[in-house]
Design a protein around this ligand. Sequence first.
Ligand code: FAD
Length: 280
Amino acid sequence: MEQNKKTHLSFEVFPPKKDEEFDNVYQILRQLKELNPDFISCTYGAGGSRAGKTIEITSFIQNELKIDAIAHITCVGFTREDLHKNCEALQEAGVSHVLALRGDRPKTMSDEQYDSREFYYASDLVRHLKEYTGLRISGACYPEKHFEAPSLKEDLLHLKEKVDAGVTSLISQMFFDNNYFYRFLDKARAMGIHVPVHAGIMPITTAKQLGTTVSLSGSSVPKELADLIATYGEDKEDMRKAGIDYAVRQIRDLKEHGVDGIHIYSMNKVKTTTEICGMI
Ligand code: FAD
């Protein structure tokens, strides 16, 4: 891999559940700006709930903070008309970059509703956005394969279709063992996927967080991380320090390998994110 090139830095934030927490998010974003990220992305609730909040937050990032904003959008739970309205609203708000996702099925959604979505895979959404909007489009990728894919090879074939449909950069699912990322990247490049890939890093600062994260992402937990939880899990501050140290070591190694970008799943935790950035 190429060394000594600039590694991009980016963060992911999520819209707070309660309206009264909005001011706090803006405060967090102002502090994240101090860390000079190349972009900040904002998630979309499962099934597209609170879509308007993603627009508000990305508009703030783009227009107030003058940082490239990426708005996540999903197919699940949306009609073609909803999507058009959402994309128009984004563009009117000055946001021109989206992360086009299929989305996951919310627990409350019926089979019928889930299966009747207009865009079945993210690549179908990408094709549509490419044809009908001027938006810049990024996509998601999975170093350890997506949980539904029968193999990494098959997942990569579909990833290639997604990139060929118009995705210009990829953000990876979180991973805790860099070897998975390097293996994935080698295979992706060999398959002709040459867009920048931003490596997703989730700092694990509590034992509970690891359980939730793993069940949601399907990422495997290396022995070193499991041992760290076993050793420090009971002590809040020691666990936080150990989790930050683990993420920092992961990032340093990725940078030494010349990866395109580091995407920190900040979970709106500005103190942790700032400490990590101070050490890399
Ligand atoms: P796709 O690219 O459509 O892939 C889904 C599965 O379908 C894969 O197994 C793939 O191999 C397979 N596939 C694709 N094309 C075909 C085909 N033609 N034939 C057969 N199989 C095919 N979810 C949210 O709800 N909101 C968010 O804000 C959000 N942000 C995310 C950010 C990142 C960086 C990542 C990595 C994930 C995020 N997710 C989010 C979760 C995401 O929605 C889920 O992981 C979802 O299950 C897959 O989305 P996708 O866009 O990767 O799907």
